[in-house]
Design a protein around this ligand. Structure first.
Ligand code: GLA
Length: 368
């Protein structure tokens, strides 16, 4: 007898800590309520066949002969299957349907959610319960295999998120803990409509630049003396651009720590301080890391004018979305007003996604 299984993996929005995961910094993402879901059952024909209206098309992978060089989302499925095999998981044939209510291309990690979902489901069908950081690392390796040199943040948020919480993750040690988000704070994600694909963006270039700068300076782990590191970089001959990249990663983890502390402040966060931390994080990504675009900068300004507590670009940048914190009672109104003003000014639609912090990936019980 076969068993129908349903497995889901959410997208993520990062509250703060961008472009630091791949150099061992601190990040603070939340799992969204929107997710990718796979529903299906194991088969004995040695073929993984996943249909999807949401991703458009079908992935058909012959396990005896997985073919590389596929297009679009199918590449992720092939990469996950290869990673599972490398993990000594005996992947079985599977027939299922993938659905998603995550917008793709707006920086909410629909590809990470897809990888985590397919990996978790196919492992489960093979009798292996992959979860938590192990699942996240496998999914990250699949994404790297496709050619995107991402860090661990997106897959970790998708695998380890928890309702009502953000995930505070040290990407150097993989130590992590949950940070409760006060009920009074609502989260909105506003999509600029400026599309990006990490492969084509400057993501890999930024990563190379900052890795080079860090290799030259070698700041001591845990050192908070940004000025000393920048002086060391100047003395070692780093140019102005490399020094700015370095300043971003050295200051960003401090902001992450401070935002987590505000969220957990007994009696509630200092709202002005949260706003200031997000603003300086945004400025650092815009001016020092140069991964923002004018449309995103404008959305951040509009959000603050319309009554947000805090707003900043989120994710890899070069377009995509902003994350907005606003009083829970008014977050929908604030986001709608921002979206309307943006559309009137820029002639583009700014889709709004309202989401509380949701649960990480897992089996959806109830079917057999
Ligand atoms: C993308 C990557 C992540 C991370 C962010 C920037 O989402 O997939 O690993 O580097 O960009 O913080």
């Amino acid at each position: 007898m076969t068993h129908v299984l349903r497995f889901r993996a959410p997208g993520r929005v990062n509250l703060i800590g961008d472009h630091v995961d791949y150099v061992g910094g601190l990040v603070l993402p939340v799992a969204l309520e929107q997710a990718v879901e796979l529903r299906g059952e194991a088969t004995d024909d040695g073929i993984v066949r996943l249909a999807s209206a949401s991703f458009s098309g079908e992935a058909v992978v012959d396990l005896r002969n997985p073919v590389e060089g596929q297009e679009g989302w199918v590449r992720y499925v092939v990469a996950v299957i290869e990673e599972l095999a490398d993990h000594s998981i005996d992947v079985r044939g599977f027939e299922g349907e993938l659905t998603s209510d995550l917008p793709s291309g707006s920086g909410l990690s629909s590809s990470a959610a897809l990888e985590v979902c397919v990996a978790g489901a196919l492992a489960f069908a093979a009798g292996v319960e992959l979860a938590g950081m192990e699942l996240a690392l496998l999914a990250q390796r699949a994404e790297n295999r496709v050619g995107i040199p991402c860090g661990i943040m997106d897959q970790a948020a998708s695998a380890l998120g928890r309702r009502g919480h953000a995930l505070l993750l040290d990407c150097a040690t993989l130590d992590h803990r949950l940070v409760s988000i006060p009920d009074a704070i609502g989260i909105a994600v506003i999509d600029s409509g400026v599309r990006r694909r990490l492969e084509e963006s400057g993501y890999a270039a930024r990563r190379r630049e900052v890795e080079h700068a860090l290799a030259v300076v070698q700041p001591e782990a845990g050192s908070h003396d940004v000025e000393a590191s920048l002086r060391a970089g100047t003395a070692a001959g780093l140019d102005g651009r490399e020094l700015r990249r370095l300043r971003h990663v050295l200051t960003e983890s401090e902001r992450v720590r401070a935002v987590a502390q505000e969220l957990e402040r007994p009696g509630g966060p200092d709202i002005d301080e949260l706003g200031r931390l997000f603003a300086s994080g945004h400025a650092s990504l815009r001016d020092d890391f140069e991964v923002s675009v004018p449309e995103i900068d404008r959305l951040v300004e509009l959000a603050m004018e319309e009554g947000a507590i805090a707003a900043r670009m989120t994710g890899g940048g070069f377009g995509g979305a902003i994350v907005v914190l606003a009083p829970a009672s008014s977050v929908a109104r604030v986001a709608e007003r921002v979206s309307n003003r943006y559309s009137a000014e820029c002639g583009r639609t700014a889709a709004v996604l309202l989401s509380a912090a949701g649960d990480g990936a897992g089996l959806i019980p109830g079917l057999s």
